[in-house]
Design a protein around this ligand. Structure first.
Ligand code: THU
Length: 130
């Protein structure tokens, strides 16, 4: 399937508008292209206890799995900031569960960086034989 990252990024940007980020101020959105061609999104949801905060990427994965989707073809991440960051380590591990080679575009207000999960998380933890 040909991935239109421009559209995927727009969906991540729209998801970031739903972010609940009163503590950090970083509004993050993630858009996951699924094997059936659908797109499932997630935003970060913070909590006063801070450590209970969940990232946009994991929310997108968990939303998708809840909808019966487990095949992921691409991910776009948007943070409404001048800073830019790739997915955190916890999200990388969760994403690797479903596609260790997932293409990932991460972006902010100023631009974007293209990468993939193999680069961001080499030698991911797995219980299956390699
Ligand atoms: N955050 C994400 O949503 N994804 C990441 O990969 C890194 C961090 C969120 C969590 C928190 O709400 C805010 O960004 C600052 O860490």
């Amino acid at each position: 399937m040909n991935v239109d990252f421009d559209i995927l990024l727009e969906q991540a940007q729209a998801a970031a508008e739903q972010a609940y980020a009163p503590y950090s101020g970083y509004r993050v959105g993630a858009a996951l292209l699924c094997g059936d061609g659908s797109v499932v999104t997630g935003c970060n949801v913070e909590n006063a206890s801070l450590s209970l905060t969940i990232c946009a990427e994991r929310n997108a994965v968990f939303n998708a799995v809840n909808q019966g989707k487990r095949e992921f073809l691409a991910l776009a991440i948007y943070v409404d900031s001048d800073e830019i960051f790739p997915p955190c380590g916890a999200c990388r591990q969760v994403l690797a569960e479903f596609n260790p080679r997932l293409p990932i575009l991460y972006a902010n207000r100023l631009g974007s960086i293209f990468s993939d999960l193999e680069t961001l998380l080499p030698q991911a933890f797995t219980l299956s034989e390699q």
